[in-house]
Design a protein around this ligand. Sequence first.
Ligand SMILES: [Zn+2]
Length: 305
Amino acid sequence: MKNLRNSILLGVLAFLFSCGENGKQHSSKIYIVTTTGMIADAVKNIADTLLEVEALMGPGVDPHLYKAKQSDTKKLLEADVVFYNGVHLEGKMAESLESLAKTKAVYAVADGIPESKLISTSQFSGTHDPHIWFDVNLWMDVAKYISHQLQKKYPEHQEHFKKNTEEYLKKLEEFNVWVTEEIKKVPDSVRILVTAHDAFGYFGRAYGMKVEGLQGISTVSEPGLKDITALVEHISQLKVKSIFMESSVSARFINAVVEGCKEKGHDLKLGGTLYSDAMGAAGTEDGTYLGMIRHNVNTIVGGLK
Ligand SMILES: [Zn+2]
């Protein structure tokens, strides 16, 4: 029923926008719309200036809670191809995206990763952790998948996409080695990453870090006093040096943990802010996928070493 309602809504909007006097606001290039900035960054690396790429979710935006605005619906309807993360990252947009997929090229990039490589979570029964961008190796699968879909849809640009993809994959491979080496600089006993929500499961698995999140995999439910007390106990026992903030999640629970540890006589420091579910400002180094991960790695290593 909801799907039907979404389809009708999209249909009506499509009709309204098609009646607009100027039509598309953007250039005459092939227009690709993505949900997160990380996906847009991958598309840009594969397509460079050949396509116009736009992400709906900017810096600091929490994709778990994000609801499509009217302007987003317009962009989605105008898009030639839509790429979204999938595996329930875009919790409030999933239905609209799935119904849009019936009428245009809409792809969940997580489909490019073999299911066996995804982390199962009990938080959504029978589903997986959506934070796939934090394992550079998995992100290479995503880049290959995006490239494959673009080559299929635009065979006239196949060589262009292929060449760029090869170069980008090489860069990602080298980068993956760098991340692995950097994290090794943190002594094994304190290689524990405590953050506001469980965004770093893939990161922990890929680079050998224990990960504790205060809010679980999604930010939809808030932590209770019991969760905070348990975490305070755990951190104080292990003498974890630093806890980290996240760019797209409220800091108040983190502050509660710092206060709790202080009461127990453990001086827990704020290790800095990590980019979790969104990149940094556009036009800056942190506003790219590589820059975002590099910032996180430097912050983590600096805070825990
Ligand atoms: Zn998240």
